[in-house]
Ligand binder design. Structure first.
Ligand code: UDP
Length: 486
């Protein structure tokens, strides 16, 4: 991508810690701001009006920034990829190894259980993992527990409490949780060789475990490092009945009597979100959203959520913009039906002010291809979270060989090895410093991107997690030694 004036831009730490690969000389005087005659803009797709200052940007860009051409209808869902299709990505030896591991499990039966068939990362992973296991002739079924609103309110409360939130655990809450657990237990059968229960909502099903048959695994996708003590005290005896537990990061675990394993979440390199895209499509998406590909693009893809710190990203961009001509893309979704999301979106709009180079996109849920294109069109990908589970957007950025600047929180620290696979930041100033450094040191940025992709390929692809599952199943069924590969 062509940068307009990279030679002129110089990086300094804006008063925060020095976080870049070497401090630089003081910056030149601010680049003169463009004329600031205001013009009214019509309402944005979110219904929130934004005013743009007049610039010398071609009319086409201004028009598309005011009225981004967002797909309003869900496109048809493509056929899922086949196991064989991963060959060109991971290589034949790796495919053969997975097939070899799977062969030993042929004829075994597995059941995975979670609390929703659509929406959320767990459903997304199961949607891909289960067809692949069946294709490898390991009979795997997926069951979803049911419950009333009262149950899901309780489990949502548990979810927040397990992330450290305040909670008043009453006997009535425990009764609701256990009543639905029992109801689901009666409705379901557990005759499989391996039962995998995902997350806390169905954790109580373990009361159906029999000493004679079946191994039970609890796959916890959330961060349990700082749980509400009473909620955890209530759940822990259930968790300890499992034969194994799996967490997403070393820091997410608790001390437990049962064996623990570490599985990173994964992305599917062949999904619409991550597959290679023709350059014409990327150009079209940029065109539709008014993104100028001749200038650097900084992007954060995230729900409009304060913990993702979108206003911090705007502040960082404004610091960078003083020295490097660039654009900021903030793309998220779900804001219209999430009251907090709409409020945060409004805050972001206000923080962006009249700067026409801040492009805010409120995308519908079927925008995987567009998000993919935005990530691929980016010069730098940012994920300036203040708190984070794992941060799949970071994985997606790494996979696309992009330099990623991200908050040093949660699972992001498993993905970004500072200055090797990306850069970690702790402040707005640090974030600005790193973005500017990367924009002005394209070779270093390219190296980070390469390293990041290798790291993602090694650790965070669906095929890696499939292999780990197969090994763990063999361990639990006594077919492999516990120190085998995991
Ligand atoms: N995402 C999306 N549309 C949006 C915002 C996010 O599809 O408008 C996707 C994003 O690409 C990633 C996931 O949602 O795959 C977010 O996962 P992450 O772990 O980064 O954050 P979470 O939202 O789960 O906290």
């Amino acid at each position: 991508m062509k940068h307009k004036n990279p030679a002129k831009a110089v990086i300094v730490d804006e008063g925060g810690k020095a976080e870049g690969p070497g401090r630089q000389e003081h910056p030149p005087a601010e680049i003169a701001q463009k004329s600031v005659k205001e013009e009214a803009a019509p309402a944005s797709p979110s219904g929130i009006e934004r005013r743009f200052r007049q610039t010398d940007l071609p009319e086409h860009f201004i028009e598309c920034r005011k009225h981004p051409r967002i797909r309003r209808e869900q496109p048809p869902v493509p056929a899922p990829p086949r196991f064989e299709d991963y060959g060109p990505i991971i290589g034949k030896p790796e495919l053969d190894e997975i097939r070899f591991l799977a062969r030993h499990l042929r004829g075994k039966t597995i059941k995975m259980v979670n609390s929703t068939a659509v929406g959320g990362g767990v459903a997304e992973i199961l949607n891909r993992l289960i067809p692949l296991m069946n294709e490898l002739e390991i009979g795997t079924r997926w069951d979803v527990i049911t419950g009333g609103n009262d149950f899901f309110e309780v489990t949502k409360g548990f979810h927040n409490a397990l992330h450290g939130g305040e909670y008043n655990l009453t006997q009535q809450i425990i009764d609701i949780f256990m009543a639905y657990s029992e109801q689901n237990r009666k409705r379901m059968e557990f005759n499989e060789d391996l039962i995998v229960i995902h997350d806390p909502q169905p954790v109580g099903l373990v009361r159906s475990k029999s000493p004679e048959h079946g191994k039970w695994i609890w796959r916890c996708h959330i961060d349990l490092s700082n749980p509400h003590p009473r909620v955890w005290e209530f759940l822990k005896p259930l968790v300890e009945q499992y034969d194994a537990t799996i967490f997403s990061a070393p820091s997410f675990t608790r001390q437990l009597a049962s064996p623990q394993y570490l599985f990173y979440p994964s992305i599917d390199p062949l999904s619409e979100k991550n597959r290679e895209l023709p350059e014409e499509f990327i150009n079209k998406v940029c065109d539709d959203f008014g993104i100028d590909r001749s200038r650097p693009v900084i992007t954060q893809i995230s729900r409009f959520d304060r913990l993702k710190d979108p206003t911090g990203v705007v502040e960082a961009y404004k610091l960078v913009k003083k020295y490097v001509d660039c654009q900021l893309v903030l793309a998220g979704g779900g804001a219209t039906d999430d009251p907090e999301g709409a409020v945060v979106l409004q805050e972001v709009m206000e923080a962006a002010g009249d700067d026409p180079d801040i492009i805010i996109l409120n995308l519908p849920p079927w925008s995987a291809l567009e998000i993919n294109a935005l990530q691929r069109a980016s010069t730098v990908i940012v994920q300036k979270s203040l708190k984070e589970g794992f941060g799949l957007t970071v994985t997606e950025g790494l996979w696309k060989e992009k330099p990623v600047v991200a908050g040093a929180v949660g699972g992001i620290t498993s993905q970004i090895v500072h200055k090797l696979t990306g850069v970690l930041v702790h402040s707005v100033e640090g974030c600005a410093y790193q973005i500017r450094y990367l924009l002005t040191h394209p070779e270093f940025a390219a190296q980070l991107g390469k390293n990041g992709k290798a790291h993602a390929k090694e650790n965070f692809l669906i095929t890696v997690s499939l292999k780990r599952w197969l090994v763990l199943f063999q361990i639990l069924l006594g077919m492999a030694k516990p120190n085998a590969i995991l």
